[in-house]
Design a protein around this ligand. Structure first.
Ligand code: CAA
Length: 379
């Protein structure tokens, strides 16, 4: 069980969420935008650079604290939760892990506490679950590479200042020959082509990015040339814990609302919370939330202790996202007709839940990762 230090972090983020995030969630969903003022507060409070060491401008926390931060913020607003998660897991972490000292000094302070948002460009129109087949190409021009291609479904793509971009440096039909680059989004030729109109997490920007002969200096290669697929997949391992935490936050919000509503709603002469049909739904929600949290804590603890965690991250994401879909569906059921309307927040929670079963690896991909890990020792 988690110690007092983590309880204090949860209490601190929870207070922030209740005061600054949750009251804005309906408007963020309606207007499709997270206010700049809220993003500034996320930076000021250290939530955007939670596990970046203080030497690089971060809050110096660990991955467990980060998971708690994403869960609590997502409880208030799932769009804001994924802004924090994609920025931290998918942009900061690979720089922290694979970056040179110069790259860390150049990029981390801005990303951790300087108001610079990060994104991760892997998926393409023809490379989603099978990213090894991506077509973006980086041509070696001597001192620099020239990158050309199209990237799809890029979380934070509209407002990002820094992007981790995966491109082939050798033309192959598989993952070999992919290299990771750190790309400043103000490099000429980097442009947002389209913003997606989505079912849920409507405040989070999801962009199609076009790179048209973007000149990237060789000093911006992240890790080794030709080893970008490993950078991408190991980054996604951590990202999956963040999405599990986002799903858990959404579940918790829907559960709390359904519980409160069931105590207030009177039918058959008594609050519906006294009906066993409702109690059984609340019991299942409670159990699935508890199990999601334990899986997230396990994966986070393994990561913090530098032990293998691919399987556990996939288990946490798979379980927490499917539980989230189930819990938000049940929350609407508890509210009945009211739950189906925009007047009540569970309708938004239900819409926000679905993406957690899709991005950073679909549920089917998580099952592939779990099974591959279970079977590899038997080969
Ligand atoms: N970490 C590091 N390296 C890994 C790895 C991991 N977790 N998993 C595999 N690798 C390495 C392997 O060791 C292997 O290396 P070698 O070539 O040196 O042997 C190489 O990667 C290929 O391994 P596989 O043959 O197992 O890979 P595969 O092509 O069969 O793919 C997969 C495996 C699990 C299906 C993987 O492709 C995958 O995770 N797909 C889903 C991708 C995904 O999550 N996309 C979401 C994009 S991000 C997003 O959602 C946008 C956003 O902004 C939020």
């Amino acid at each position: 069980m988690l110690n007092l230090e983590y309880k204090e972090i949860r209490d601190m983020v929870s207070k922030f969420t209740d005061a600054e995030v949750a009251p804005l969630a309906a408007s963020i969903d309606e207007h499709g935008e997270i206010p700049k003022d809220l993003v500034n507060k996320l930076f000021e409070n250290g939530f955007m650079g939670s596990y970046v060491p203080e030497a690089y401008g971060g809050a110096g926390m660990d991955y467990m604290s980060y998971s708690i931060i994403v869960e609590e913020i997502s409880r208030g607003c799932a769009s804001t939760g994924v802004l924090v998660s994609a920025h931290t897991s998918l942009c900061i972490w690979p720089i922290l892990t694979f970056g040179t000292e110069d790259q860390k000094k150049k990029y981390l302070p801005g990303l951790a506490s300087g108001g610079v948002i990060g994104c991760f460009c892997l998926s393409e129109p023809n490379a989603g679950s099978d990213p090894g087949t991506l077509g973006t190409f980086a041509e070696d021009k001597g001192d620099y590479y020239e990158i050309t291609g199209t990237k799809n479904f890029i979380t934070n793509g509209k407002d990002a200042g820094v992007a981790i971009v995966m491109a082939k440096t050798t033309k192959t039909n598989d993952h070999k020959g992919i290299t990771a680059f750190i790309v400043d989004t103000n490099f000429p030729g980097f442009a947002v082509q389209k913003l997606e109109d989505k079912l849920g997490i409507r405040g989070s920007s999801t962009a199609q990015i076009v790179l048209d002969k973007v000149k990237v200096p060789k000093t911006n290669i992240l890790g080794e040339v030709g080893k970008g697929f490993k950078v991408a997949l190991s980054t996604l391992d951590g990202g999956r814990i963040g999405i599990a935490a986002q799903a858990l936050g959404i579940s918790e919000a829907a559960f709390r609302y359904a519980k409160k509503y069931s105590k207030e709603r009177v039918q058959f002469g008594k609050p519906i919370s006294e009906l066993q049909a409702i109690q059984f739904m609340l019991a299942d929600m409670s159990m699935n939330i508890a199990a999601s949290r334990l899986l997230i804590e396990k994966a986070s603890a393994l990561k913090d202790n530098e032990m293998p965690y691919s399987k556990e991250a996939a288990q946490a994401k798979l379980f927490a996202s499917e539980a989230c879909m189930n819990i938000t569906t049940k929350a609407i059921q508890v509210l009945g007709g009211n739950g189906y309307t925009r007047e009540y927040p569970v309708e938004r929670h239900f819409r926000d839940a679905k993406i957690t079963e899709i991005y950073e690896g679909t549920s089917e991909i998580q099952r592939i990762v779990i099974a591959a890990n279970e079977l590899k020792d038997l080969k």
